[in-house]
Design a protein around this ligand. Structure first.
Ligand SMILES: NC(=O)c1ccc[n+]([C@@H]2O[C@H](COP(=O)([O-])OP(=O)(O)OC[C@H]3O[C@@H](n4cnc5c(N)ncnc54)[C@H](O)[C@@H]3O)[C@@H](O)[C@H]2O)c1
Length: 383
């Protein structure tokens, strides 16, 4: 069996997503398991080189993942033909310039979302990649979380009939940082540093909705900063001025109504941190990141609707859990494997810079709708 290597420049791996998900859970795990199996039986082995601004931190990231190569010289690496792929998981507001330089250098691109802070810049990345003829992919990990994958399988089977409504709730409490350390970096809560719930989460919700009933056609949104004081990584208090809570509605291309409720200021008393419910004429299903429960038309109970007696119907009872038939892999790893196969075997890769730009367009429209207190239409991003 032959093995082929593929050189990947990985930027942003000293951070939370780059280090945990992309480096350790995806690329290092693929290497440990002997690479990605291609159709012709060849094994495609990622050959990563880590890049960062701080020598000590990038060397530590390399050690933690058993990677031998690292550098602080991004420009030097962009000129090195041994590395045809550039991966970017840096802080959102530092992404566009790096990705443009990588495209200009002829690298294939794989990047975290949002691809930019502004739609114009996100579109610029797509246009530049197209003009240069490089291949490109954007992280859409939620699609391969086991619960969401089960929901997509139900859709594919025709289980829902006509999809009527899609609701997403993505809420949890992010610690302020005084009593307990915050779970997310402080830049997320500062507007000037590319933070905010809208920019962080609407690109995810865009592809999740699109997967269920076609792209959102429009949006009306309200957002706010509910927790105004937080404490940073050094324990210093700062003013949080980025939106931390969002509510929005959209119409989907397939005709369904969509609603999003997303907040870092809500304590969880549901199944999971992200929950998506799809209601259709023939059945409904609710998925968290891991599990998915479904209820058919025939097993839909009738509630009593009485204020005088306690509801006799147990509404949880008539849902059945979709069984776990596959040993699910880490969602980031699954998408990496698909992207690496795409680079060698060709074919479509729909989660690309065009899709990434549509996600940023959705976020920007949400922001505009909120600021201007009006509905915003979303023209399709041209291919
Ligand atoms: N797919 C997902 O589910 C998901 C979840 C969270 C975050 N993200 C995205 O991943 C990206 C990183 O988020 P994170 O939570 O890992 O942040 P982080 O702060 O933990 O990491 C940021 C990384 O960017 C680097 N960096 C910061 N400023 C830079 C600059 N000026 N130039 C070059 N590098 C710089 C840091 O050194 C670090 O490696 C963001 O774009 C975020 O939106 C994606």
């Amino acid at each position: 069996m032959s093995t082929r290597t593929i050189g990947i420049i990985m930027n942003g791996v000293t951070g939370r997503m780059g280090g945990n998900q992309h480096l350790r859970n995806a690329i290092a795990a693929i290497r440990r398991d002997g690479g990605v199996m291609l159709k012709d039986g060849t094994r495609l082995m990622p050959d990563p080189i880590l890049v960062g601004r701080n020598e000590e931190r990038v060397a530590a990231a390399a050690r933690s993942a058993g990677v031998e190569k690292w550098s602080t010289n991004l420009d030097g690496l962009l000129g090195d033909p041994a590395y045809p792929v550039y991966f970017d998981a840096v802080k959102t507001d530092a992404r566009v310039g790096n990705v443009h330089r990588a495209i200009e250098a002829g690298k294939d691109i794989y990047t975290e979302k949002p691809t930019a802070e502004k739609f114009e810049d996100a579109l610029g990345l797509y246009t530049a990649a197209k003009a240069k003829g490089v291949r490109h992919g954007v992280v859409a990990d939620k699609l391969w979380a086991p619960g969401m994958a089960k929901l997509r399988m139900l859709l594919q089977s025709g289980f829902f009939g006509k999809v009527l409504m899609v609701r997403i709730e993505g809420c949890y409490w992010v610690f302020e940082g005084d009593l307990q350390p915050a779970q997310r970096p402080s830049w997320n809560y500062k507007r000037a540093e590319g933070g905010g719930m809208i920019l962080d989460m609407m690109p995810h919700y865009y592809y999740m909705l699109e997967a269920m009933n076609g792209r959102p056609l429009d949006i009306v949104c309200h957002a706010d900063t509910l927790v105004g004081e937080r404490w940073d990584e050094k324990g210093e208090a700062y003013k949080a001025d980025a939106d931390d809570s969002v509510m929005s509605i959209s119409r989907l291309e397939g005709g369904a109504m969509a609603q999003i409720m997303s907040s870092w200021c809500v304590r969880v008393r549901t199944e999971d941190i992200i929950v998506m419910q799809v209601d259709g004429t023939h059945g409904s299903a609710v998925a968290g990141l891991r599990h998915c429960h479904a209820q058919r038309r025939e097993s839909t109970p009738k509630g009593q609707w009485s204020l005088d007696v306690a509801e006799p119907v147990d509404f949880y009872k008539d849902w059945h859990q979709i069984p776990e038939t596959a040993p699910y892999k880490n969602a980031f790893r699954m998408q990496w494997e698909m992207f690496l196969r795409h680079l060698v075997e060709g074919g479509e890769f729909p989660w690309n810079l065009r899709a990434g730009a549509a996600g940023v367009q959705y976020a920007q429209a949400a922001e505009e709708s909120w600021r201007e207190r009006r509905w915003i239409d979303l023209p399709a991003v041209a291919a």
